[in-house]
Design a protein around this ligand. Structure first.
Ligand code: 5RP
Length: 241
């Protein structure tokens, strides 16, 4: 038995992600404590001579990258991003993620969608059989936010989710405001039987800016476990005979 803390396991996953980075790449830099380990370790590699350019997913990631000595460009200044490395709040073995625990999932999703590859780094407590134990973050516009919260809860019921308790992050008096000037709703579904159906239903609500379900965006999981790091990648495509 090892005595690795969750943070040790996050750091181990982050360090393993360095193996996926090559000289000359444009690298999307995620947000959160696991991604912070990655950004710091990448900064060390840059000091040792690695040549990469970063694209930050949040003002927090931007500040950290600058401190780590990583050259940054804005996403609109590059035609594509080679690879994005980001944390996650939950992942299943089909590479579906819940993100947004750090209120950054809108920019994280834009960066992931502009990337040729996104890999998620996480500790083993976040790997689940079915998504939904972690309350799903949903970025919403502040206008009519109570109405939007109601519509989100209704959408969750229609998509077959259990629980469906919803709250405004930070509460009405002091709502958390994102880098984009919006609020965050946290939707506690307990389990999400059909993430694709819930994602489509949430995207159809006018006050919803973006939800934290990352579907079809991630193609690799690097998981820190008590006995080492597990890398899960999609099975190679075998053409039919
Ligand atoms: C931020 C995120 C983070 O990647 C997610 O919350 C994981 O955070 P941490 O690595 O601190 O556990 O999605 O919006």
């Amino acid at each position: 038995m090892t005595n690795l803390t969750a943070d040790d396991r996050k750091r181990a996953a982050a360090l393993k992600a360095l193996d996926f980075i090559a000289d000359g790449q444009i690298v999307g830099l995620g947000t959160g404590s696991t991604a912070a380990h990655f950004v710091k370790a990448l900064g060390e590699r840059v000091k040792a001579g690695l040549k990469i350019t970063g694209v930050a997913t949040s003002t927090a990631a931007e500040a950290l990258a600058i401190e780590a000595g990583i050259t940054l460009v804005g996403i609109d200044e590059v035609p594509h991003i080679d690879i994005t490395v980001d944390g996650a709040d939950e992942a299943d073995r089909s590479f579906r993620l819940i993100k947004g625990g750090g209120a950054a999932h809108l920019r994280e999703k834009i960066v992931a969608a502009a990337s040729r590859r996104m890999i998620a780094i996480l500790d083993d407590s976040k790997l689940v059989d079915a998504l939904g134990r972690f309350p799903l973050p949903v970025e919403i516009v502040p206008f009519a936010c109570k109405t939007t919260l109601r519509h989100i809860a209704d959408a969750a019921v229609a998509a077959g989710c259990g629980g469906n308790f919803i709250r405004l992050r930070g509460g009405e008096a002091h709502p958390v405001i994102t880098d984009n000037g919006n609020a965050i709703a946290d939707l506690d579904c307990q389990s999400i039987p059909d993430p694709e159906a819930l994602a489509a239903a949430l995207s159809a609500i006018p006050g919803v800016v973006e939800h934290g379900l990352f579907l079809g965006l991630c193609s690799g999981l690097i998981i820190g476990t008590p006995s080492g790091v597990e890398v899960i990648e999609p099975a190679p495509h075998v053409p039919e005979a």
